[in-house]
Design a protein around this ligand. Structure first.
Ligand code: MF3
Ligand code: CO
Length: 249
């Protein structure tokens, strides 16, 4: 049963998750005005290789880089470019690592210098919505319970959850069963959660409309109204008593 991982398999994912978390911490320390996304991407790539890992995203459906770096109105899948970051930007680092055949994947949004209160609030609400979703990830609950918890929290705070992109199972593949883990939905609906499942919970939250557009590069997803977006993601393991976060040090 590919959905359920053995203790030994989870241990391998824990190691990949540790590398993701350490890399996020070290790369995020470099975020500052004037730094470019390409510089951050190359640093992440080096750090991942130094830990014996391989970037999961590089070459995935032809994706050209180790990381996705999404600035301001870019929701996800921003291709790192050479435009220097500016004070007041918000920037999401998103990447996965595969080591010994097992993947882990995480994303986090950061401030570039001082940012407006509105941007800070969007980041805080999105980060907390990830916690609300993870809190529902336990045996007996369903995928709908996770999405409903995220959506309720986000909408109560006046923002909107992206519909066109969803969380996903993860393991020997970056995107594995269960393939669709929406960050919106109804309590009690969808697949029942079982101990041993591993998945990515990843709310993408827009300040305005949930609608998004894809740019001509066929990767970059932007908010339809040009307002800000934030994105936080963890790889989790469902244990008999609740969720264990794998993308941590
Ligand atoms: N951001 C996606 C996720 O979290 C993965 C992007 S795949 C890539 O699942 F090819 F764009 F890198
Ligand atoms: Co993911």
């Amino acid at each position: 049963m590919p959905l359920i991982k053995s203790a030994a398999q989870v241990e391998l994912m824990r190691e990949s998750g540790r590398i993701v978390a350490k890399t996020l911490r070290l790369v995020s320390d470099k975020i500052a005005p004037g730094v470019t996304p390409v510089e951050l991407d190359e640093y992440a790539h080096e750090l991942i290789r130094a830990e014996g890992g391989v970037p999961s995203f590089l070459g995935y459906r032809g994706y050209p880089r180790a990381t996705c770096i999404s600035v301001n109105e870019v929701v996800v899948h921003g291709i790192p470019n050479t435009t220097p970051l500016e004070k007041g930007d918000i920037i999401t680092l998103d990447f996965g690592v595969v080591k010994d055949g097992w993947h882990a994947d995480s994303a986090w949004t950061y401030a570039v210098g001082d940012i407006k209160d509105e941007a800070r609030r969007l980041m805080n609400v999105t980060r907390e919505s990830l916690n609300q979703g993870i809190a529902k990830a336990r045996p007996g609950n369903t995928i709908g319970d996770i999405g409903a918890a995220v959506q309720t929290y986000v909408e109560r705070n006046g923002y909107n959850v992206v519909r066109d992109l969803v969380g996903h199972g993860i393991g020997e593949k970056l995107h594995d069963e269960p393939h669709n883990i929406p960050m919106y939905g109804k309590p009690g609906k969808g697949m029942k959660l079982l101990a041993g499942m591993t998945m990515c919970i990843e709310p993408m939250v827009n300040a305005g409309t949930w609608k998004v557009n894809q740019l001509d590069d066929e990767w970059t997803i932007v908010t339809a109204d040009g307002r800000l977006a934030a994105h936080y993601e963890h790889t989790i393991h469902i244990t008999p008593s609740g969720a264990e976060i794998l993308t941590k040090e």
